[in-house]
Ligand binder design. Structure first.
Ligand code: R5P
Length: 281
């Protein structure tokens, strides 16, 4: 039985279709003191697949409750699918005294599950923080689906060297085009500097691929640089977190279209990761 977190209702329903599985009906309530309750009153299965993007602190608590509720209702096995793992970008202590937040949340999540499935975490090493088996699935090729078939001499770019695999995966799935990357320097949570790549974007259609668009600083700078030469600039991301004014920054930069998957459910979620998640369940 698929048990959806409140942030992953569409993905969970698509996954249930994909697997021909039942979808639990979850109740979400808030008590007068602010505490929350996520319950699965009709749960009736040996296996629970809890699907919950942990995009907020609240979502973390909700996930722990859903795992526990499924176990309490008799599930022998609890599988946790994290379409988007919150805190994954805090995978090390950046300054003395900092927590390794990704490890802290991974340990907490491990207490309520037998197995974890992670979709494109920011770095693969976060999988090692779980105390139960954790499998990573790659949804990047799905990002080729929403692209127009008529891209002109396409160039697939990532905003830093580390993400070039992502650009390559989308290019391979699209079937043609070149890949390259920018040099990126991050100054703070919202300030980044991007240096243009070596590949010429003149009179070409460009697709910038990134694992996450959070504040949109990285993507909007890249779009603005490319808009000077390129014909059209598309922005494709696995996780469209879109915090603060990310959308308006990208519009102002001149993006042709921004889209992502349903790991974080937004109106730009143009393609589902359900098929790649279903493959490992
Ligand atoms: C960083 O290495 C990631 O791949 C993304 O580029 C970053 O998380 C995007 O963040 P923002 O949208 O805030 O620039």
């Amino acid at each position: 039985m698929i048990v959806p977190g409140s942030n992953s209702q569409s993905l969970a329903a698509t996954l249930a279709d994909e697997l021909d599985a039942n979808l639990a009906s979850v109740e979400f309530d808030r008590f007068p003191d602010g505490e929350t309750r996520a319950a699965v009153p009709g749960f009736d299965a040996d296996r629970a697949v809890v699907v919950a993007a942990t995009t907020s602190n609240h979502a973390h608590v909700e996930l722990l409750q859903l795992q526990d509720a499924a176990r309490e209702a008799g599930a022998d096995e609890v599988v946790t699918v994290l379409p988007y793992m919150g805190y994954a970008r805090q995978e090390r202590a950046f300054e003395a005294g900092d927590p390794v937040s990704a490890r802290a949340v991974a340990r907490a999540i491990s207490t309520g599950t037998d197995r974890v499935v992670l979709v494109n975490p920011h770095v693969d090493t976060v999988a090692d923080f779980f105390d139960v088996p954790c499998e990573i699935v790659d949804a990047a090729p799905r990002l080729a689906d929403p692209l127009p078939a008529d891209l002109d001499d396409p160039l697939f770019l990532s905003p830093d060297a580390g993400a070039e695999d992502l650009a390559r995966a989308v290019r391979d799935a699209y079937g043609r085009g070149d890949t390259d990357y920018f040099e990126k320097t991050r100054h703070s949570g919202t300030e980044v500097d991007i240096s243009p790549s070596d590949a010429s974007a003149a009179d070409r259609d460009v697709v910038i691929t990134d694992d996450i668009v959070a504040t949109g600083s990285t993507m909007s700078q890249a779009v603005a640089i490319l808009r000077e030469d390129a014909t059209r600039v598309y922005a494709a991301t696995v996780h469209p977190v879109l915090a603060r004014n990310a959308r308006t920054k990208l519009e102002a930069a001149g993006v042709e279209r921004l889209y992502g998957t349903d790991t974080v459910e937004r109106d730009v979620s143009a393609v589902s990761v359900a098929p790649v998640v279903a493959d490992v369940l």
